[in-house]
Structure formats: C-alpha cells, structure tokens
Design a protein around this ligand. Structure first.
Ligand SMILES: NC(=O)c1ccc[n+]([C@@H]2O[C@H](COP(=O)([O-])OP(=O)(O)OC[C@H]3O[C@@H](n4cnc5c(N)ncnc54)[C@H](OP(=O)(O)O)[C@@H]3O)[C@@H](O)[C@H]2O)c1
Length: 285
C-alpha cells in the first residue's frame, strides 16, 4: 500500500516516514515543499493521480502560532487553501486523507473540562482559526477525511539539529546549562510523546470521516506535570519555578477527552504513563 506524507521533513512527518519506511506493508511517498507544489491544484492532482496513494497523512503546515500571527496570509495559504487542495485531490483519487489539526481550536472556548469534539469553537489566533476552517471544509466537502486534533508533542531526541525545541529538549537544555524554567499552574495541556501518535496513526486509517481528538489525556497543570516528569527522571525540582501569573485571569485548559476515538478501539497512553514508558525506553536503549 502506498502512503503519501506531506511535510516529510518536519517534526511529525519525518518520524512517520521513518516508521512507515520500516513497515513492509507500506511504500512511503515523501513530499517536501514545492515537490509537488501543493498550492498548484493541477500539479498536485497530476502527482496524486500518477502515484495513486491509498492513504495521505497531511503534516505540512505553518505550525507555529507566532509565525501565523506574523504572516496571516502566507499561513492561510498553507494551512487552509493547500489543505483543501489535498482534500479535493484525495476525493478525486480515492485516497483516504488524514489531516493534522490541533488542540489550539479549543483555545478560549470557555470550557475547563477535557474538551470534546462537538464543542463550539472560537479560537482567537490565526493558527487555530485556520485549522478550524480547514476542518469545517473537509467535514462538508471531503467527508471521508479524518481530522486529528493533535496536541503539543515531544520526543526524547532531536532528529536534526535545526529541529524546533519541544518540552523534553527544553528540559534537557536547562539541565545542561543549569537554568531554571518557569511553568504555569494555570495551564493544562494534553502533552503527548510523538511515538504514541506515530505508532497508533495507522489505526485511524479505518475511521469514518470526521473530527477526532488524538493526544494523551492529562489533568495536571503544566507545573505539576513537569514535576512528575522530573521525579521519573530522578531530577531535583529546583530547576523549575511555579509561574502563578500567566493565565491567572483565565486558566488555559487545552486538555482533550479521548472518549470518541476510544469507541473505535483506539487508545493512547495518558501523558504521565506515555512519558514514563518513553523515558525508560530511551535511557535503556
Ligand atoms: N508539533 C506539535 O506539537 C503539533 C501540535 C498540534 C498540531 N500539530 C500539527 O501537526 C502537523 C505536523 O506538525 P510538525 O510539528 O511536524 O510541524 P513542523 O515541524 O513545523 O513541520 C511542518 C512541515 O511543513 C512543511 N511546509 C511548510 N510550508 C509548506 C509549504 N508551503 N509547502 C509544503 N510544505 C510546507 C515544512 O517544510 P520545510 O521543512 O521546508 O519548512 C515542514 O516539513 C501540522 O499540521 C501541525 O499544525 C503539531
């Protein structure tokens, strides 16, 4: 079976390419910026029609919130228009598309319990608005598309030096440089070990089209969570500081419920168990 992965050089895409590349059932078609040009509908359709992938995991995006704020039009092109081109081409080519959306769509919707897919959304930033618009279009016009709401992911190692930092590499750098990091006591996020996503994404290929939360469940504040992670690593807590100010006017809760996807037999480890198992695997390799 052929699987096409856009954003093949990115944080998630590169790990998916590596994973599916070692699975004998799959032939991976990696696509990078401009190859093909996903802004060009004809070129993209020609590419997909020629390669005929059974599955497409669309990871290409402007994934950084501040980059989207700085360039709303440029990020709209990639995050919305290009995503719709891929969905349109998938419908024409009979390809099952998996679209990477984000938990940022839940930001500021007023709900403080683990978020469910059916909630009303009102994301304040361009990134969340763009993901929401792409999801809505797919739900109406490319109904077989599976939209996965991913959360903040980390890995224990960078694949490339230029790769963006994430929670674990931030902790590692701080330990090395003897820095103190601040974490909010008013913030809850479904922080997820990327391997959970990579090794479980295949199960989403058979899901009916729709929107699904796809990140580890977590009920701890980021400060408490990082404290538990340090305990697992046997590291003193004096490298983290309680940040009581950020989000003190309105707590941020981006925690997600996996109730919907669980009904289809898909389970992800919660944040602490995912970290514990991942860390043990990492230190014992
Ligand atoms: N990482 C997270 O914690 C997280 C959380 C929630 C949701 N997500 C979503 O998950 C997906 C993957 O995220 P990620 O962390 O892997 O992102 P990433 O590391 O920023 O990678 C994004 C990829 O998209 C490519 N790209 C950007 N503009 C493009 C364009 N115009 N044409 C073609 N390719 C383009 C980039 O190519 P270059 O290498 O050439 O720049 C890069 O390979 C994204 O949809 C993101 O929004 C990620």
């Amino acid at each position: 079976m052929k699987i096409m992965i856009t954003g093949a050089g990115g944080f998630l895409g590169s790990r998916l390419c590596e994973y599916f590349g070692t699975e004998s059932d799959y032939e991976v078609i990696q696509t990078h910026r401009g190859q093909p040009n996903i802004s060009d509908r004809e070129e993209l359709l020609h590419f997909m029609d020629k390669n005929k992938p059974e599955y497409l995991i669309h990871c290409a995006a402007i994934s950084n919130l501040s980059s989207c704020e700085a360039d709303p039009d440029g990020s709209y092109q990639v995050n919305v228009k290009d995503s719709l081109h891929l969905a349109e081409a998938s419908v024409k080519c009979g390809t099952k598309m998996i679209f990477c959306s984000s938990d940022q769509v839940y930001l500021k919707n007023g709900i403080q319990t683990p978020h469910k897919e059916s909630e009303e959304l009102m994301p304040p930033h361009h990134y969340g608005k763009q993901k929401k618009e792409a999801e809505e279009w797919m739900t109406n016009h490319a109904k077989d598309t599976v939209c996965l709401r991913l959360s903040w992911m980390y890995d224990f190692e960078k694949k490339y030096q230029s790769e963006h930092d994430q929670l674990y590499t931030l902790l590692q750098n701080a330990m090395k440089n003897k820095e103190v990091l601040s974490f909010s006591v008013n913030d809850i996020r479904s922080i997820t070990y990327v391997r959970e996503i990579v090794t479980n994404i295949e199960k989403t290929f058979k899901l009916p089209g729709g929107i699904y939360n796809f990140g580890s469940e977590n009920q701890f504040t980021t400060y408490d969570l990082v404290g538990r992670m340090l305990d697992i690593m046997n590291v003193e807590h004096n490298m983290i500081r309680k940040d009581e100010k950020t989000f003190s006017d309105e707590a941020r809760n981006l925690g997600m419920s996996l109730e919907k996807i669980r009904k289809y037999g898909i389970e992800l480890q919660d944040t602490i168990v995912g970290f514990q198992q991942g860390y043990m695997r990492y230190v014992n390799q």
